[in-house]
Ligand binder design. Structure first.
Ligand code: AMP
Length: 210
């Protein structure tokens, strides 16, 4: 099964993507995480991407589309995959029209104040990329403060989860990503992710149907 998760930053694409990946036993391809890994490795793509990411801007469409096309062609994607964070604008949708071949396009939505709270409280594991939240109203909380439950790695806040970059990224979503959803509107399922993670997973599974 090929699934693409859309939604503004903070709507839960990463957490729901991980859940689906385990449930369906297919890989989660997070566009942002692939770029962060490339930066960590110091690859040529990483060098291009770093400046754009830190300023909260989108990486050029051709670069991003080539990265995703190559990732999807790998052996582990033969049975299917879950993409989150790609395509993010109409140019990417044209360069690599993976939305056309996908079985399901899912749009996750939540009120803007909640998105901002989730993003400001978000912490990532420096080692394995697992996602946590330190806001009392948001989940999942790490069991030990500042440490990853899975690998014990240090948790950090992304530069682009700071207030100014957050607002810019939400604006880019409205201006550039919403038009893709309009283009594919007959195939898009909208899911509200205001609930707890369990409630949200349940809603997603009703659509995925397994
Ligand atoms: P995310 O982890 O999805 O919030 O993405 C973090 C950052 O990576 C974004 O703010 C962009 O700078 C970059 N990025 C992620 N996905 C894309 C994409 N599809 N196209 C261009 N840039 C992207």
């Amino acid at each position: 099964m090929k699934i693409i998760l859309f939604g503004p930053q903070g709507a839960g694409k990463g957490v729901i993507g991980e859940f689906l990946s385990k449930k369906l036993n297919i890989p989660l391809l997070g566009a942002g995480q692939i770029l962060r890994d490339a930066i960590k490795e110091g690859s040529s793509v990483g060098k291009i991407a770093e400046k754009y990411i830190n300023e909260g801007n989108l990486v050029p469409p051709k670069v991003m589309s080539d990265v995703m096309r190559e990732r999807v062609s790998k052996k582990d994607c033969k049975k299917g995959f879950i993409i989150e964070g790609f395509p993010r604008n109409l140019e990417q949708d044209r360069f690599f029209p993976v939305a056309d071949e996908a079985d399901l396009l899912i749009e996750l939505t939540a009120p803007r104040e909640l998105l901002i709270r989730r993003l400001a409280g978000r912490r990532l594991c420096r080692k394995c990329g697992a996602v946590y939240n330190i806001d009392p109203e948001c989940a999942p909380h790490p069991k030990v403060k500042g440490k990853c439950d899975k690998c014990g790695g240090e948790l950090y806040q992304r530069d682009d989860d700071k207030k100014e970059a957050i607002l810019k990224r939400l604006q880019i979503y409205d201006n550039e990503t919403i038009p893709i959803l309009k283009k594919h509107k007959n195939k898009v399922h909208v899911i509200d992710t205001t609930g707890t993670p369990d409630e949200n997973f349940k809603r997603v599974m009703e659509i995925v149907g397994k």
